[in-house]
Write a protein that binds this ligand. Structure first.
Ligand SMILES: [Fe+2]
Length: 211
């Protein structure tokens, strides 16, 4: 795949969103200050520095989009006691399943890297005033059934006490939801998904969906 374009809603959120992408392991290759807010280019790893794929662009949401989202929020009285019930319904759906609407997934080739990255983000989200209250983490472990996978995840510093399960086997998911990035019908947040698939399995959560 080539690139994705992510947006933050308020100019002051730009540098904090960029900090979060760095914490998630993405490599910043450009930071261009523009009148409406910084424009950033990230790549998934150093090898993609000069390539045309593996790119994440991060910039301020365009004025027209901010205006539209604001008009929708005003019309639905979002955040007020008279809020339209559909807004709460959408939030509840996302709470139950972080994959319920648009989100972006990245495959990580090492479970240790994924564990270290997500533990680090979770820690920073509690201690860094910039990130406090802006990041939520949800975790899905592999469906049970493979002894080696189950034992590895039982012993995991990240997944050991997780009781949510993926729609598939032989892999794990970590969902990082942040309101530093705007998406969805109300522009409230974006979910970034980090996945790991255990090697050698032909049936895993990214190859076969199981209900
Ligand atoms: Fe997903």
């Amino acid at each position: 795949m080539g690139h994705i374009a992510l947006h933050y809603q308020r100019p002051e959120d730009g540098p904090i969103a960029a900090k979060l992408l760095q914490l998630l392991g993405f490599v910043e290759t450009q930071d261009l200050p523009l009148p409406g807010g910084h424009f950033y280019r990230f790549v998934v790893d150093q090898r993609h520095q000069a390539r045309g794929d593996g790119i994440l662009y991060l910039s301020a949401a365009p004025e027209a989009q901010v205006a539209l989202v604001q008009a929708i929020r005003t019309a639905l009285k979002v955040g007020t006691p008279e809020e339209h019930p559909a807004a709460a319904g959408m939030r509840a759906a996302l709470e139950a399943d972080p994959e319920t609407t648009f989100h972006v997934g990245f495959l990580i080739d090492s479970l240790e890297t994924l564990e270290r990255t997500v533990l680090g983000v979770r820690e920073q989200a509690q201690t860094d005033p910039d990130l406090k209250g802006r990041v939520r983490v949800k975790l899905n472990r592999a469906r049970r059934g493979d002894g080696d996978v189950d034992a590895r995840l039982d012993a995991s510093p990240l997944y050991g006490d997780v009781d949510r399960y993926a729609y598939g086997r032989n892999g794990v998911q970590a969902f990082i939801e942040t309101d530093l990035l705007t998406s969805g019908p109300l522009g409230e947040s974006l979910v970034i998904e980090l996945d790991y698939v255990f090697p050698g399995a032909t049936s895993h959560l990214l190859s076969v969906v199981e209900l």
